[in-house]
Write a protein that binds this ligand. Structure first.
Ligand code: SF4
Length: 359
């Protein structure tokens, strides 16, 4: 099997390329060239031409094709339509952090699957269904492509694009490790966030493996019957099991658990939700991120100012833990949370199914 340079950490590269004469130090340089500079290592002092030629014989440095790039005139978010090893396109988003204290920088929001089989009621990606798993290099290269297109560095990565990361667990964790390699992209582990809608075996494995990447869990309702309608994952891994897994994660990691809550007017912003949430997470330090639902079709609306204020008041008195409202940008270019549906908007591809749902 050929060795894909962007698929491997430096240690893995050293092991895979040992037969070509590559030593660990050279593996780190190969990794840095491939991931941080998107090119083959050039010959130079201390680098044998023969070994480099041998590496080129057994290894590949594939790149994603950028099919489209759209920048929001409203908030500067950029949506990229990409094609990798398969016919169906997928998307990544560049999130600008240009006006905060410190250096101007970006966060890359990457996809882990093409489409998604989780079927969350308010998500356009979910309507596509599951198409395929993305390979590690296809996730790493989303960040490489964004970095190559950016005047400021990419300092953070969120696995919150298309797909459920914990249903592509090994490739996602490997991508996060490659992106964190100090000789490559050097993204701090704490600046890499993996989001799940509640795949309990993935959370338990993540806990057992002791990763220092950040975890975000989409809860969205604390009332199981309501959550089941919004997030069908509830039928497979119910809230009670999810909370038990989060309790274990918090005990092992000592991290406050970040819960994401997609707010839908008249559905999950009542006092009942605040009370039920407080009961569920009693004894677990959590942080709640409130995100407005995005639904251009108009079936779901975000709460208005009065409803939002009442929900925040209820959370303050019932939950008594940190609550933040998160801005979900790029809505005008289809780049906001829940709007990624690249396969449905891409140029027709011969191998693509013809019965894609409208978005
Ligand atoms: S919200 Fe996430 S998990 Fe749910 S359908 Fe969309 S992409 Fe999949």
């Amino acid at each position: 099997m050929r060795v894909i340079l962007k698929d491997q950490t430096a240690d893995e590269l050293a092991a895979r390329l040992a037969g070509t004469g590559v030593k660990p130090a050279l593996a780190r340089r190969l990794q840095a060239a491939a991931v941080a500079r998107d090119r083959w290592l050039e010959p130079g002092p201390g680098i044998s031409d023969r070994v480099l030629a041998e590496v080129r014989r057994v290894a590949d440095l594939p790149r994603l094709t950028v099919l489209d790039r759209v920048e929001s005139p409203v908030d500067g978010f950029v949506r990229y339509l990409l094609r990798g090893a398969g016919p169906d396109p997928f998307e990544a988003v560049r999130i600008p952090l240009l006006h905060r204290p410190g250096e101007p920088k970006y966060v890359a929001c990457v996809s882990s699957q093409v489409g998604c089989g989780m079927g969350c009621a308010f998500c356009r990606t979910g309507r596509l269904g599951f198409r395929r798993q993305l390979a590690t290099w296809e996730m790493v290269d989303q960040v490489v492509r964004i970095a190559a297109d950016s005047p400021h560095p990419v300092r953070g990565v969120v696995f919150m694009g298309m797909g459920e990361p914990f249903l592509n667990y090994e490739s996602v964790i490997r991508a996060a490790r490659v992106l964190a390699e100090p000789c490559g992209m050097a993204i701090a582990a704490k600046a890499i966030t993996i989001s799940t809608v509640g795949v309990v075996p993935g959370i338990r494995r993540f806990t057992a493996e002791g990763h220092s990447f950040r975890l975000v869990v989409s809860l969205t309702s604390a009332v199981p019957e309501r959550r089941r309608v919004l997030l069908p994952v509830e039928g497979t891994w119910p809230t009670s099991e999810l909370i038990a897994a989060l309790r274990e994660y918090q005990a092992a990691s000592r991290q406050r658990v970040t819960l994401a809550w997609t707010m839908i007017a008249g559905v999950n912003t009542g006092v009942d939700e605040a009370r039920q949430l407080a009961t569920l997470v009693r004894g677990i330090p959590v942080k709640l991120d409130l995100i407005d639902v995005n639904d251009p079709a108009g079936r779901f609306r975000p709460p208005g100012p009065a409803e939002l204020a009442a929900f925040r008041d209820a959370l303050r008195s019932e939950l008594g833990q940190p609550v933040a409202r998160r801005y979900s940008g790029g809505a005008d270019i289809g780049a906001a949370c829940g709007l990624l549906a690249g396969a449905a908007r891409a140029p027709a591809s011969p191998a693509a199914p013809e019965d894609r749902p409208p978005c």
